[in-house]
Each structure stands twice: as structure tokens, then as C-alpha cells.
Ligand binder design. Structure first.
Ligand code: F6R
Length: 604
């Protein structure tokens, strides 16, 4: 939450940081701002999306800039609460991502020293503290400030005395340094600066980084120079443009066949178990994640348990770390428990905290993540990188798809390894997994019939999504997608549970989306549809190709491509994503940036 970029080099900085900052808007869009050096520090900041701030800018020759896009924590979205913040003399400008826990006491003591605060932001103490400790050396001043503050943060500061210096430091929130040719960058993620460089440094917590146009220095808290690794990251196709699509979300939904295809190689070909350090007999497994990633984890549970018979528990990250310790088989750590953490961003604070709790308990930890080099990938024992490319729309779509795919591939590998699948069966599974991108494409090709369903939803105050077995998590995901982008209240339920309470809410104004695939739960689901219809609630069913019964008992019907029920979550997900998208589009909501949300949730 909150995005930071910075540049120092030989080129006009404004254009570069603006372009990069726009790629971080997924991290928050309550306000944005930029600080540059034009003989003196010049700051421009504005409430609302980056375009509002951009409209206020004039041409600048500054070759130094830091910029910020905000997701409000302390203080409402407004011009004054926007970053960069500065001291009274505007000798220092600071951007901050995170929260300062002890800002109130610091603020009181700074006020007692005669400082006047202009904003409600916890971040405003930072330039005042840095200024207080500054005596010609910005690194020293930032270092002294670190003695005083507690919290989670990425901080970047510039000073009017030096038009070629950014000092940055992190604790728990992301910071990458990009190395260019006589120019260097700082950023909250690699994607924002990937256009300019693929050479990245990932500083550790509390390492102070001094960036000038021709040098990057990394220092410890005693201000000793440290060695650092430079990592070359893979170049992803530029995603800055929407490629003719009206929204990033729609573009990303349509990119799913490619995302699945690109992720396949790593998942199926490169003997993942060895690479993941999974060379022992796994007795139990926990999957831990938030939001959409949690739903992928629930799907994974069905597949892994079905193929391997390893018991899998799935927890929300925010609950996992407070739960009883993870147990091995029979409640004893007779076999090292495995914890799989799923996070597309790799920065979600709840999931990071869960990863640490799991490690402390001696578990083997594996992350499924879409951002190479992100925080979680550096903290766990093994990593599966999904190759969806950057996802900009706040609502997760293509990353959900590749997370599920990763879990299917893992299940097949584990099953082969443990002998529960033999070689021909494993090959059969692999060939089925390879067919998924084409099944997903078939749903995309049929998008117009999904759009035709929109009139049945736009007036609804509430929508229910139901499914059974492996499609129960899809019901949860369908409801989450709809509520976050259309703001229509929605609930996902196991189909068998409606009669235990929620049926009381159904009426002709409460559409129900039923996922009916022909697995062993099919006949029960048919009964549930009948129960709903008897209460006059409109039923919109997504069912398998060739289903003769469902069209007769549903008000509306969408036909999935011919697919094994166990693989149905993939085309079902596309149906649900497109349905939510078209409903939200009809309602005119901010689809790519839903209110109150941000893509990377770095607070607990
Ligand atoms: C919903 C959505 C969120 C994320 C959740 C976890 O569309 O995007 O629910 O899934 O915040 O994020 P990651 O996967 O980055 O840990």
C-alpha cells in the first residue's frame, strides 16, 4: 500500500518518475505527489489519481525526483495529507509507505519543540526528524531518525543541498533499487522501473541505501558499507497500455490463456519437488493466504487431498498466525509440516506474518507468488513463481488462475512422488493440465453470452453464488469479485448450506448463480437449484457442455466447454470474472480501482 519511486541521473526526472508511478497506482490512488530539485526543492501533490497531480505540473529540468501514490491510513485523502511531506523550510522532502506506530508521541514532542504540523499524516514527523538530525549528511540524519521511529516503512528522502542523492530505507515494506547507466532508480516494485533496467538490488530491512546517479551504497546501522548482490530480473512485456481493452481487468482476464501457458514450463517440466526441497514424506500440509489467493488455496486442498491423500488445512493468513501451532501427523512433529503460502504480490503483510510464524514453528515453507524478488520469495524455503506478468487491476484474475494451476501441478508431482499416481496416470494428468489454456479461451470466445446475463443482476441488492466440492471455492471467488468491483452485496455458499439459514433471504430480487458440474455432487446440486426456484429466486446456472437437465430447471444458463469436472474451476473462474466485470461496467463503477481498496495490502 502506497507506491514510491525515485530517480537520479542525467535525464529530466519528472517524466520518468511519473511514468513509473503510474505503474504503482495499484498500490493506492487516494493522492499522489512528486518532489524535485530545481535549485531548491519543489513539491507538487494532489488528492485523487495521479492524473490530478500531473495536471498541475509544469516542465521541469530537475534530474532528481521522488514520488508517491497513497493509500490513506492516517488522515483522509487530501492535498495536505498527500506525500511528499517536508519540513517547514522545505529543505527535506520525504515519501513514506507504511505506518509509524509511535508517531503520536513523536509529534507531541516535536510540537513542544515549536514545530507546526500541516497534515494529519503520521509521515509528517519524518522530514521534521530528519531535518532535526541533519548536519550536512542525509544518511546520518536518516540513520538517527531510525533510532526514534517504530513501525513498518519504506522511506525515501532528498535534501536541497544535494541535487543528486536519494537516501532510502525499509522495514517490512518493499524497496528495490534499479541500476542504470549513469542513472539509478528506487521503487516499490520491479515492474515500475523494468522499462529502464533489469538490474535490481533488494536491500534488507534497516539497510540504508544512498543512491546517486553513478553509485549505489548500501550501509548498515553503524554506517559501514556493505556488499550487495545485483540480480537480473526477467523482462516482462510492457503492460502500461490497456492494449485496446477498456480496463486492465478485462485485458488481464483475456490474458489468462497466455498466463497459464507461460507458467506451465516451470510447473511441469523442471522437477519442482527437488527445487522446492520437498524430498521427504509429507504428513500434513497447511495452505495459508488472503482473499482470492485463499480461494485458490481452497481449490488446491481438494486436488491435493484427492490425488495424494495428504490432509490439507486452509487458513486465512490473518488467522493462521494466532492459531495453535501447526501439527505434524498424529499431532506430533513426526514429519515436518509443510506450509504453502499463496500471495500474488508477495508483499501482503498478513501472509508474511504467517510465513514467519510457520518458520518459527519449524515448518517447511513454500510460497506461490507472481512477483519475483518480492518479500515472501526471500523469506521462505522454496518458491513457485507463476508467470502471469504484472496484474494492474486491483481485482485478482489471471494470478488466481495461475495459482490454481500451480497447486494442480504440485498435487500431480506430489502424487507421483508418493506413488499414488503411476507414470501413465501422471502423464495423463499433465496432458489435461496442458489443455486448460484452450478451455479458458473457449469461455473467452463466448464472452458475449455472459454479457447478455447482465440485466438479470443490475437491479439486485444481493446475489448468492453456490457450488459444491471443488467449485465451492469458486462460489466464494465469484461473490468476492462481484462485491469488490460492482459494490453489489454478494455471498458465496456451499450449495448445501443455503437451507441452513440464507434461504430466508431469497426472493425474486435475489439472483443465485449456481455452479453445476457433473461430479459426484451433481444430483444434490440439482436439488438445491429446485429449492431455490421454489422460493422464486432467479437461478443462473453455469454447467457442463451437454447437460440436458440444468437448462430445464434454471432461468438462465451458461455452457462450459467440455472438461473434466476436476478441471472445471478454470473455465468457471473465467465465467465469474467476466460476469462481475460486465455487471460492474453496466453500473459504471471504477473497475480497475475499486473504492477503498489497494492491490498490495502491506498493513495487518
Ligand atoms: C481480490 C484480491 C485480494 C487479494 C488479497 C491477497 O480480487 O485481489 O483479495 O487476493 O489481498 O493478495 P496477495 O495474493 O497479493 O497476497
Amino acid at each position: 500500500m502506497c507506491g514510491i519511486v525515485g530517480y537520479t541521473g542525467g535525464q529530466p526526472a519528472q517524466e520518468i518518475v511519473l511514468e513509473s508511478l503510474k505503474k504503482l497506482e495499484y498500490r493506492g490512488y487516494d493522492s499522489s505527489g512528486i518532489a524535485m530539485h530545481e535549485g531548491k526543492l519543489v513539491i507538487c501533490k494532489k488528492e485523487g489519481p495521479i492524473a490530478n497531480m500531473e495536471a498541475e505540473l509544469t516542465e521541469s529540468k530537475s534530474t532528481l525526483a521522488i514520488a508517491h501514490t497513497r493509500w490513506a491510513t492516517h488522515g483522509a485523502p487530501s492535498d495536505v495529507n498527500a506525500h511528499p511531506h517536508s519540513d517547514e523550510e522545505i529543505s527535506i522532502a520525504v515519501v513514506h509507505n507504511g505506518t509509524i506506530d509511535n508517531y503520536l508521541e513523536i509529534r507531541e514532542s516535536l510540537e513542544a519543540e515549536g514545530h507546526n504540523f500541516r497534515s494529519d499524516s503520521d509521515s509528517e514527523i519524518l522530514p521534521l526528524l530528519i531535518s532535526k538530525y541533519y548536519s550536512g549528511n542525509l544518511v546520518e540524519a536518516v540513520n538517527k531518525t531510525l533510532d526514534v521511529i517504530r513501525g513498518i516503512f519504506t522511506i525515501a528522502a532528498i535534501h536541497k543541498d544535494n541535487p543528486d542523492e536519494i537516501v532510502a530505507v525499509r522495514n517490512e515494506t518493499p524497496l528495490v533499487i534499479g541500476l542504470g547507466n549513469s542513472e539509478n532508480f528506487i521503487s516499490s516494485d520491479i515492474y515500475a522501473i523494468l522499462k529502464y533496467t533489469q538490474e535490481m538490488i533488494y536491500p534488507e530491512d534497516y539497510q540504508i541505501v544512498r543512491v546517486t546517479s553513478d553509485k549505489v551504497e548500501v550501509l548498515d546501522r553503524d554506517l559501514n558499507l556493505l556488499d550487495y548482490n545485483v540480480e537480473t530480473v526477467e523482462k516482462y512485456t510492457e503492460v502500461a497500455e490497456k492494449g485496446g481493452f477498456e480496463h486492465y481487468m478485462l485485458k488481464e482476464i483475456f490474458e489468462q490463456p497466455k498466463a497459464l501457458q507461460d507458467s506451465l514450463t516451470e510447473l511441469l517440466v523442471e522437477s519442482p519437488l527437488e527445487r522446492l526441497g520437498l524430498n521427504w514424506k509429507i504428513g500434513s500440509m497447511s495452505i495459508v493466504a488472503c482473499g482470492t489467493s485463499y480461494h485458490a488455496g481452497l481449490v488446491g486442498k481438494y486436488v491435493i487431498e484427492q490425488l495424494t491423500a495428504i490432509p490439507v488445512s486452509v487458513s486465512y493468513s490473518s488467522e493462521f498466525r494466532y492459531a495453535a501451532p501447526v501439527q505434524g501427523v498424529g499431532g506430533l512433529l513426526s514429519s515436518r509440516p509443510l506450509v504453502i503460502l499463496i500471495s500474488q504480490s508477495g508483499e501482503t503483510a498478513d501472509t508474511l506474518a504467517a510465513a514467519r510464524a510457520a518458520k518459527q514453528q519449524g515448518c517447511h515453507t513454500i510460497a506461490i507468488c507472481n512477483v519475483p524478488g518480492s518479500r515472501i520469495t526471500r523469506e521462505v524455503d522454496g518458491v513457485i513463481i507463476t508467470k502471469s506478468g504484472q496484474e494492474i487491476g486491483v481485482a485478482a484474475t489471471k494470478t488466481f488462475m495461475t495459482q490454481m494451476q500451480a497447486l494442480y501441478a504440485l498435487a500431480v508431482n506430489l502424487a507421483f512422488n508418493s506413488g499414488s499416481l503411476d507414470h501413465p496416470q501422471t502423464k495423463l494428468w499433465e496432458s489435461e493440465i496442458r489443455k486448460i489454456p484452450s478451455k479458458v479461451s473457449q469461455v473467452l470466445n463466448n464472452c458475449e453470452s455472459i454479457r447478455d446475463l447482465v440485466p438479470h443482476f443490475v437491479k439486485a441488492k444481493s446475489v448468492f453464488f453456490i457450488g459444491r466440492n471443488i467449485n465451492y471455492p469458486l462460489a466464494l471467488e465469484g461473490a468476492l469479485k462481484l462485491k469488490e468491483i460492482s459494490y453489489i452485496h454478494a455471498e458465496g455458499y456451499p450449495a448445501g448450506e443455503l437451507k441452513h439459514g440464507p434461504l430466508a433471504l431469497l426472493s425474486k430480487d435475489t439472483p443465485v448463480v449456481a455452479i453445476a458440474v457433473q461430479d459426484h455432487t451433481y444430483s444434490k446440486l440439482i436439488s438445491n437449484i429446485e429449492e431455490i426456484s421454489a422460493r422464486k429466486a432467479p437461478v443462473i446456472t453455469v454447467a457442463q457442455k451437454g447437460d440436458q437437465l440444468v437448462p430445464k430447471i434454471s432461468d438462465h444458463f451458461f455452457e462450459l466447454p467440455d472438461i473434466d469436472p476436476v478441471l472445471s474451476p478454470f473455465p468457471v473462474a473465467v465465467f465469474l470474472q467476466l460476469l462481475s466485470y460486465y455487471i460492474a461496467h453496466e453500473l459504471g463503477t471504477e473497475i480497475d480501482k475499486p473504492r477503498n481498496l489497494a492491490k498490495s495490502v502491506t498493513v495487518e
